[in-house]
Write a protein that binds this ligand. Structure first.
Ligand code: PHE
Length: 442
């Protein structure tokens, strides 16, 4: 029996929802801080390479798996390859990763709530860069307010997820993402006009190859997965809502371009300020929160832009966290058969509980961040590539991708990437980091 699945209303809706999941704190909070810790330009170059050579193909594979199976990620592998029970692990790992990611992601989203309030109360003005840095570290090392905002944020996320796909996710993203984009552009213009902007821009764009090591490559790979929201089955689930007449390749490319553009623009807004105001580029997770207020302080209309920026960042975080919670909820409703409302509150409560631990123990926060992106997502990435490359195979992939009626010319390259390049490249990055490659050099 085929049920009629809830579907997005049109092409823009799908791209908006997938982009809504992809674009979030990963672009504006995580990308600049990870880039800053990993040497700048060289990281950017490797990151871009991974987006094109691995990110887009894996995103396309997820879309394809979901649309072909017309199931969320848990049922999809069962439908497409009933005998290969092993692939179920992708769904299970995806749920676990989503659960862990959301627990620290919601903490950072809580920080944006604090900063929205600070900006609105005009508390960010007339502060020196040192004061802004202290303000952030006092706040983020405290417990009370971060936990309060974590709870508020998770309640908002749960509220949207209960509404379901069309009413919940699509409506918000469509209008708000373009506004966020415009504000970031304005911030970029203000940033490059700062004294000392050149130093920041060359940190971002001039690769210093001596900074590359195994960990930099691993972090770039992890950031690519995190930022595109791939390796978790989210995109596969969205794929199941996409109509046959849509071109999946274009969808994957558009979402990846939008996502990358926002990350790079966030870098352009942040790094000139890092150098102009004497902040360390490797300041870590607080980077955006200490750099941008300095720009707001200097620019015309800074108050309005500061408030608008943090509100929109919060919304960008919401559209991503909604997709993360949705994976967990889909799992609970499909596998444990709780109703949607109960499942949502249960999942949100569990995530919030774990988030509280992330607030209290920063080590937990850092390790969830590191392990999920750099290991769990890329491992699923290997399995997803192998599944489409070897099991679905060239012929069926071609048919599914050409459902919209046009020809897809890059099938040959795509299949080679999925069958061979992506799995081997990801495996090599892991081996290098686990020290396994050194064994061959003895
Ligand atoms: N991609 C989102 C961001 O950049 C975060 C996210 C990761 C969302 C994984 C869903 C899945 O903020």
């Amino acid at each position: 029996m085929t049920q009629k699945r809830d579907s997005f209303s049109n092409k823009f809706g799908v791209i908006a929802a997938a982009a809504g999941s992809a674009i979030g704190l990963g672009n504006i909070w995580r990308f600049p801080y990870v880039l800053g810790e990993n040497g700048g330009g060289a990281f950017l170059l490797i990151y871009l390479f991974f987006i094109i050579a691995i990110g887009v193909p894996v995103m396309l594979s997820e879309l394809l798996i979901g649309r072909k199976a017309q199931r969320s990620v848990f049922g999809a592998f069962k439908v497409l390859a009933p005998k290969l029970k092993f692939f179920k692990v992708v769904g299970v790992m995806g749920v676990s990763a989503a659960f862990l990611i959301l627990s620290f992601y919601a903490v950072v989203a809580g920080w944006t709530v604090e900063y929205t309030i600070l900006a609105a109360a005009n508390q960010l003005v007339d502060k020196t860069p040192e004061q802004l840095t202290d303000m952030f570290s006092d706040f983020s090392s405290s417990v009370g307010r971060p936990i309060l905002y974590l709870v508020v944020f998770m309640a908002m996320t749960a509220g949207i997820v209960i509404g379901g796909v069309k009413n919940g996710i699509e409506k918000y993203t469509k209008v708000l993402m373009p506004i966020l984009f415009v504000i970031i552009l304005v911030l970029c213009v203000n940033a490059v006009l700062l004294d000392g902007a050149v130093e920041g821009l060359s940190f971002l764009f001039q690769p210093d190859f001596s900074k590359i090591n195994g960990n930099v490559v691993l972090e770039a790979l992890g950031q690519a997965f995190f930022s595109l929201s791939i390796g978790m089955g989210i995109i596969a689930t969205y794929g199941s809502y996409i109509q046959k007449k849509e071109n999946l390749l274009n969808t994957a490319i558009s979402v990846s371009i939008a996502d990358t553009l926002i990350a790079v623009l966030a870098g352009v807004a942040i790094f000139p300020a890092v150098f102009a105001f004497g902040i360390e580029p490797d300041a870590g997770p607080g980077l955006v929160f200490v750099t941008l207020p300095n720009i707001f302080n200097q620019m015309f209309g800074g108050y309005v832009f500061a408030v608008a920026f943090f509100i929109l960042l919060l919304i960008a975080a919401l559209t991503s966290s909604v997709s993360l919670l949705e994976v967990v909820v889909a799992y609970i409703t499909e596998e444990i058969h709780l109703n949607r409302k109960k499942a949502t509150w249960l999942a949100a409560a569990l995530v919030t509980g774990l988030g509280v631990f992330c607030v209290i123990y920063p080590v937990l926060f850092d390790s969830f961040d590191y392990v999920t992106s750099n290991f769990m997502l890329p491992i699923s990435g290997i399995l997803i590539s192998v599944f489409v490359g070897w099991i679905i195979g060239k012929q069926q992939t071609k048919e599914e991708l050409e459902e919209h009626g046009g020809k897809v010319k890059v099938i040959g390259v795509l299949i080679v990437i999925l069958k061979i390049f992506a799995p081997i490249a990801i495996a090599l990055v892991f081996m290098k980091n686990l020290g396994l490659l050194d064994l061959f050099n003895r």
